[in-house]
Design a protein around this ligand. Structure first.
Ligand code: GLP
Length: 241
């Protein structure tokens, strides 16, 4: 894993954007894996700025999001569908039918997991996957203990994850208990991965990732088995390295 350290979050977002845009310039029909959470929003802002200033086009890009809450409709402001439209899709020239997110309201959720996994494969797999990390090491919504050979599946969210994400909801009770997430093996199939780590609250997670052994108890450690991962971390996140 290659580690790029930046002085602050703004620089992290800018550097990750420069690298992402270079992949899009190299391959105008890139399959781009996307993440939600606060961390990638700065990157998305930089992509929007670049699209407006330099006309980088997303007309042939397909995007694949990592995860979605179960039981929240696409129109709900807490859905990841809504989040992605608001933070990125509405502001670039990507046709919405080329943006793909698991459907957390599907009648048959197991079938939806299979469909999503197959759908990504039919599109030729993900060229570049953007990832954040949870304080407990989760990637996507793969909580500690998720098998490394997992494919897109339904996950029970850890209490700590629900608490961390309750900041977006009216109350903790409103945070869904389950989500659909790409599995660890699905993520590892990506040809390249950018992991964004920002802030003091992620310092322990980054230190565990860099210093400890590979273990299913710390999902992000699977990335050590991947040959093409770049970690973008700001100074606060590297405090314990
Ligand atoms: C969420 C998302 C993850 C994200 C993580 C960290 O639960 N499912 O994809 O990486 O938590 O979020 P944040 O960037 O807001 O700290």
């Amino acid at each position: 894993m290659k580690l790029i350290t930046t002085s602050n979050y703004e620089k992290l977002s800018q550097q990750a954007a420069v690298e992402t845009i270079s992949r899009i310039k190299r391959n105008s029909s890139l399959n781009l894996g996307l993440a939600t959470g606060s961390t990638p929003t700065g990157l998305y802002q930089e992509l929007i700025k670049d699209h407006k200033q330099n006309k980088t086009s997303y007309k042939e890009i397909n995007t694949f999001n990592l995860d979605e809450y179960i039981g929240i409709s696409k129109k709900d402001s807490n859905s990841y569908h809504y989040f992605m439209c608001e933070h990125l899709f509405e502001h670039i020239d990507i046709p919405l039918d080329q943006t793909h997110i698991p459907d957390g309201t599907a009648k048959d959720l197991d079938e939806e997991c299979k469909r999503y996994e197959q759908f990504i494969n039919e599109h030729g797999g993900i060229d570049l996957q953007i990832l954040g990390i949870g304080q407990n090491g989760h990637i996507g919504f793969n909580e500690p203990g998720t098998p490394f050979d997992s494919r897109t599946h339904i996950i029970d969210l850890a209490e700590s994850t629900r608490k961390a994400n309750s900041r977006f909801f009216d109350s903790l009770e409103d945070v869904p208990k389950q989500a659909i997430t790409m599995g660890i093996a699905s993520i590892m199939d990506s040809r390249e991965i950018f992991l964004l780590v920002s802030g003091a609250s992620k310092a322990k997670a980054l230190a565990t990732l860099m210093n400890d052994d590979i273990s299913e108890d710390f999902p992000a450690s699977a990335l050590k088995n991947h040959g093409n991962v770049t970690i973008f971390a700001d100074k606060d996140a590297t405090a314990l390295l």
